[in-house]
Structures are given as structure tokens and as C-alpha cells.
Ligand binder design. Structure first.
Ligand SMILES: [Zn+2]
Length: 345
């Protein structure tokens, strides 16, 4: 099969299309998917650039998001048939450890993400446990189906399970051009929250309003803290979604209401931040980490996709031959929404 593979860690220059052996079903509960489209995420850039203490068998097939047709099924698979259109939950969990038994799959002792800890989706075929494949809504095309799972699942767990965002609360979401931020805008809107989104691009802010943001602030030219104070009549936002990291963290804390929750799933501009512990306890803030989502959370976002409530915004679709260019676009932050790779037409 053709696949986008990494031959060394350390940068996009080590990515190339190459011929790889077709993956085989190795357990009775697995299915093999003929991938039609794959989407890329910041996570893919972290894998390509190489994380500290992270090693991989090389060459490694990249990509966490994908959608396609069930091509063959293991002997123990029920509820899926050859020919079904499916999208993939990017997190593979054992289903047996204590975390899995209480439904906390991202904390599974053997948690593995497609394209990071196991072979990825930017390939003609991928093998996954049947539990990781969910039906694609009939009115959803391949690019949207590929772009949906990782960002939406991540946003859902952050806002619903971790931050417990409630109707009528205000949420501040930084960096509205990103896939997770755009999904967070839609999830927050679905929950009935008041959404403030920021970006350095007026075009991305316009899109954020179309996706459901009530207020937008250009953080390159405007004062986010002052705007949040004005919009919330000085109370601040009950929830802040900050995956930007070092550059925005001090502003995020100044925007946070008493009893507020700051939730993060990334640190694009750097991971080291400061906190004044006196403000933390006096204001009774919660600082929450979140990553990926559980099987139940995946089922819930898929249900809302079928109901037409949550849909990803696809910036552009590029052919498999241009997959490396899509990684460059993502690294430059030029996209507004998801970058999708068409693997099969
Ligand atoms: Zn487990």
C-alpha cells in the first residue's frame, strides 16, 4: 500500500510517500479499513518533530484521523459489516485495565494513538479494533468524516467532562483557526454557553462567528482581558480553553472568573508557565488537563454528528501526492480549519 511515512524523527523533511506492506488483521476483534480521507492535527507535527524520550519503529505511518470503508473484519466482530462507511476513534485502549473499566479510556495503561504509538491513517489501509470504528452520517462526505474525530472528541472531553461547562456560562476560546478550537466553539454553543473566541486573523474570526461564537476579539490588535471583562461585566469567563501555552497563559488567568476552570490540551507556544498560588486558592480556580476522549465520549460526538449538531470545518483537501505540503501549511499556521488528505477518490 502507499502510505505517508516518517523515516527519521526531527522534521517534515523526513516525511515521504512510500510503499509499505498492507497491514493484516491480527486479532479477532479488529477490522481493516480502506482509507478514503485522512486529516492532520498538531499532534502529527509533534510526532514528526520528535517528542523527548519518544522513539518509534521506523519507517512509521503517520496520521491520527481517518475515514473509509470496512474492507475486512475479524471473526469476533459484531455490529460492523464489510462495506460500511466509518470514521475512526484515534485512541486505542485495552478495555480491561482499571481506567478502561471506569470508562476513562485516555488514561488506559496501554493507551495508543493512531499515528503516534501505532501505525497511522495516511495510508491506503489501516487495522483498528472494531470499537474504534463508527458509522459516518449519510450526508457527511469523506473529508468531513476524516476531519471530525480527533478535534471534536478532544473539545468534547475538555468542555463537557473536564470543565463541566454549563448553559449560561461564558467560555473564552483562544486561537479560533485551529481544529480543536473550532470544535470547542460548536460544542460550547451546543451546551448553551456564551462563547468568546480570539484569533489574530479577522477572516478566522468571521468564520468563528459562523460556527457559533457570540463575541470575537482579534488578539493581535485588541485587548482580550479588557474585552472579556467588558462582555462579562467584570466577572470574567467561567471557563477558558487555552492550548496556546506560554504566550496566552497570564492573560487566560486574568480572564478567569472566581471559581473558574482553565482547561488545556496543548502548548503551541511553549510549555512552561507561572501561577500565583494565592490567586489559585483564593479564587478557587481549577486548572485542568485533558487529552483525547473515552469510547463513550466518542459515541456521543458521533451521535451529535448524525444529528447534524457538530460538523468540522474543512479548510482544504489535498491529494495524497501533496500530503507533505499539508504538513507545511499546518506548521506555518496558515490553515483555518482542518487540512484533509484525499487518500482514495
Ligand atoms: Zn485499558
Amino acid at each position: 500500500m502507499r502510505a505517508l511515512t516518517l523515516t527519521a524523527l526531527g522534521g517534515i523533511e523526513h516525511l515521504a510517500l512510500r510503499e509499505m506492506p498492507d497491514p493484516e488483521i491480527g486479532a479477532p476483534g479488529e477490522v481493516r479499513i480502506r482509507i478514503h480521507a485522512a486529516a492532520i492535527n498538531r499532534l502529527d507535527l509533534f510526532v514528526v518533530n520528535g517528542l523527548p524520550k519518544f522513539s518509534l519503529p521506523l519507517p512509521h505511518v503517520v496520521g491520527s484521523d481517518g475515514a473509509g470503508v470496512v474492507e475486512s473484519i475479524g471473526s469476533a466482530v459484531t455490529g460492523l459489516n464489510v462495506g460500511d462507511r466509518v470514521m475512526l476513534d484515534p485512541g486505542v485502549s485495552c478495555g480491561e485495565c482499571a481506567a478502561c473499566r471506569r470508562g476513562d479510556h485516555p488514561l488506559c495503561e496501554r493507551y495508543a494513538i493512531l499515528g503516534e504509538h501505532r501505525s497511522g491513517t495516511i495510508a491506503e489501509y489501516v487495522v483498528v479494533p472494531a470499537a474504534n470504528a463508527a458509522p459516518v452520517p449519510a450526508d457527511m462526505g469523506w473529508p468531513e468524516a476524516a476531519a471530525f474525530p480527533l478535534a471534536t472528541l478532544t473539545a468534547w472531553r475538555m468542555l463537557v467532562t473536564r470543565a463541566r461547562l454549563a448553559a449560561g456560562e461564558t467560555v473564552l476560546i483562544w486561537g479560533a483557526g485551529g481544529g480543536v478550537a473550532q470544535a470547542a466553539i460548536q460544542v460550547a454553543r451546543h451546551l448553551g454557553a456564551n462563547v468568546i473566541a480570539t484569533s489574530s486573523s479577522d477572516a478566522k474570526l468571521e468564520l468563528a462567528r459562523r460556527l457559533g461564537a457570540d463575541h470575537t476579539v482579534n488578539h493581535a490588535t485588541g485587548d482580550v482581558v479588557a474585552e472579556v471583562k467588558r462582555i462579562t461585566e467584570r466577572r470574567g469567563a467561567q471557563v477558558v480553553v487555552d492550548s496556546v501555552g506560554e504566550r496566552t497563559w497570564p492573560h487566560s488567568l486574568r480572564c478567569l472568573a472566581r471559581g473558574g476552570r482553565l482547561v488545556t490540551c496543548g502548548a503551541t507556544t511553549g510549555p512552561m508557565v507561572e501561577i500565583d498560588i494565592r490567586r489559585l486558592f483564593w479564587h478557587q480556580w481549577s486548572l485542568l488537563g485533558s487529552t483525547m476522549g473515552s469510547r463513550e465520549e466518542f459515541r456521543e460526538v458521533v451521535r451529535l454528528a448524525h444529528a447534524g449538531k457538530l460538523r468540522p470545518h474543512v479548510d482544504r483537501v489535498v491529494p495524497l501526492d501533496s500530503a507533505v505540503d499539508a504538513f507545511r501549511l499546518l506548521a506555518e499556521g496558515e490553515q483555518s480549519g482542518k487540512l484533509v488528505i484525499e487518500v482514495a477518490s
